[in-house]
Design a protein around this ligand. Structure first.
Ligand SMILES: [Zn+2]
Length: 325
């Protein structure tokens, strides 16, 4: 396969990076499980973040989620205190995010995607890589559906897996499942502490070489755990700080229609969807930036993430994926 690389540039604006893990996420998860086991769904009360909430209309999303411990997770749409929300249940923890929550809303730890009007400009340099790196999957059929393996760098500064999934991927999974490729399997695997990969020195050398490392080492890992890597397996390394070799202001990089990507938590909330989008047919040209930044938006000026691809990019991605599904 001929791989090209397309450095991403999103406007980079520093935000507060404080994280406030839900101190009682574990007890909330246990109570949530107990409520479901007792058949209290679709409505029950749940203590979360020290406050009692009313959970109703619980609807489990038909996507597969696996955490670092190999245990399956689950994503639910729900009404929480009458507001649309997404609940991620992963490991022994639980996270609730309101779908209509504004970045500045109280009660949620401020994250890197909630930038301030500190526009740093657009630096979106598309480069061509005419080399033909080894592609271990080129002749290897196998796997079905879109399988996204996200590896959290050891220094990613993302300690709460359930929050990570909810913040960056739950809404993307919902969009892929409901609007882009309905009826097709979509899976996210979140992995930590993978030697050679999550400790990768991604600052070294060139971004293309490091993206190839993510691809090859990701493949080795997935193959090693019996994950059946196939044509629609994608490997993402999620890191804290961007690398200098990404280019100034870039907060992520991806191989255009390739297998691998890297994303920084200094990017906006749609950074994972954006970089993955590059690997499955999304393009900047069909993005929008007003009144919100769609997921393939290449730069953002003090704008919140729409948390969806434009219909044109949904179509691009569908047309890319469908023959391979
Ligand atoms: Zn991009």
């Amino acid at each position: 396969m001929r791989l090209r690389h397309l450095p991403l540039a999103l406007a980079l604006a520093a935000g507060c990076l404080a994280i406030g893990p839900a101190a009682n996420a574990s007890s909330s998860a246990a109570a949530f499980d107990a409520a479901l086991a007792a058949g209290h769904a679709p409505a029950f009360a749940l203590e979360y973040d020290g406050v009692m909430h009313r959970i109703a209309g619980l609807d489990q999303l038909e996507v597969e989620l696996e955490g670092p411990d190999g245990q399956p997770g689950a994503i639910y749409a729900a009404q929480v205190d009458g507001r649309p929300a997404t609940i991620v249940r992963l490991g022994d923890r639980l996270d609730i995010a309101y779908d209509d929550e504004k970045p500045s809303a109280a009660g949620r730890a401020k994250r890197s995607g909630e930038w301030i009007p500190d526009y740093a400009g657009l630096d979106d340099v598309a480069g061509m890589d005419d080399e033909n790196p080894p592609d271990p999957e080129a002749d290897q059929p196998g796997g079905d559906g879109l399988n996204v393996w996200i590896f959290l760098h050891d220094n990613a500064n993302e300690p709460d897996n359930e929050r990570f999934v909810n913040w960056y991927t739950a809404w993307w999974l919902k969009e892929m499942k409901n609007d882009v490729i309905p009826g097709k399997p979509v899976r996210v695997f979140l992995k930590t502490r993978v030697p050679g990969l999550t400790d990768l020195d991604y600052h070294a050398g060139t971004q293309v070489d490091r993206l190839h490392d993510v691809h090859l080492r990701g493949f080795e890992y997935v193959d090693g755990v019996g994950g059946h890597p196939g044509p629609l397996t994608r490997y993402m390394l999620f890191v804290d700080k961007p690398a200098g070799n990404w280019g100034s202001n870039a907060v992520g990089v991806a191989l255009d229609r390739g297998k691998s990507a890297m994303a920084s938590r200094t990017g906006p909330r749609h950074i994972v969807a954006h970089e993955l989008g590059h690997t499955i047919g999304g393009v900047h040209e069909h993005a929008q930036t007003f009144p919100c930044a769609s997921s393939m938006a290449g730069y953002v000026l003090a704008t919140i993430s729409c948390r969806w691809y434009t219909s044109a990019n949904q179509r691009n991605i569908r047309e890319f994926l469908t023959p391979l599904l």
